[in-house]
Design a protein around this ligand. Structure first.
Ligand SMILES: [Zn+2]
Ligand SMILES: [Zn+2]
Length: 148
């Protein structure tokens, strides 16, 4: 199976998860909600709300930035995507596979870090507080492009 096929398969898996989560929380699967989710889930670039708006507007031109923000916030609450970056430059990520993010404090770019390294000590320490359901690791620094 090629790269594209597996990406398509992964996207369909995410869309299924989206529809199931909507049903479970009694939300209608409107085409608007679906397109907003898809704009994040199909992207590998951690889009901002503005970028999501541009993508969605190619298909439906009556969507406002406010609607995009509210929808993204509700999708985040449903654990269908995560918010990464800084408050000044927020990005959204539909890739829920365990990974960390490197955020450049100069250009604001968000990089995925996939590593087999685990965080067992942190998880064990956190279990004293409760059950860990999500791990969100962000590392900040200056990226290679900004470094020189
Ligand atoms: Zn940078
Ligand atoms: Zn990511």
């Amino acid at each position: 199976m090629g790269m594209l096929a597996s990406t398509k398969k992964e996207l369909n898996k995410r869309l299924d998860a989206f529809e199931n989560a909507c049903r479970a929380s009694g939300l209608r699967v409107t085409s608007q909600r679906r397109e907003i989710f898809k704009a994040v889930a199909a992207s590998h670039a951690h889009p901002s709300a503005e970028t999501v708006l541009c993508t969605v507007r190619k298909k439906m031109n009556n969507v406002s930035l406010d609607t995009v923000y509210r929808t993204l916030a509700s999708l985040e609450k449903m654990n269908l995507l995560i918010r990464v970056g800084t408050p000044e430059k927020e990005h959204f990520d539909g890739d829920l596979r365990p990974h960390a993010h490197f955020i450049c404090s100069q250009c604001g770019e968000v990089y995925d870090i996939f590593s087999t390294a685990e965080l067992p000590d942190w998880k064990t320490a956190a279990s004293a507080c409760g059950d860990v359901t999500h791990v969100n690791v962000q590392l900040k620094g200056i990226c290679k492009r900004c470094r020189h």
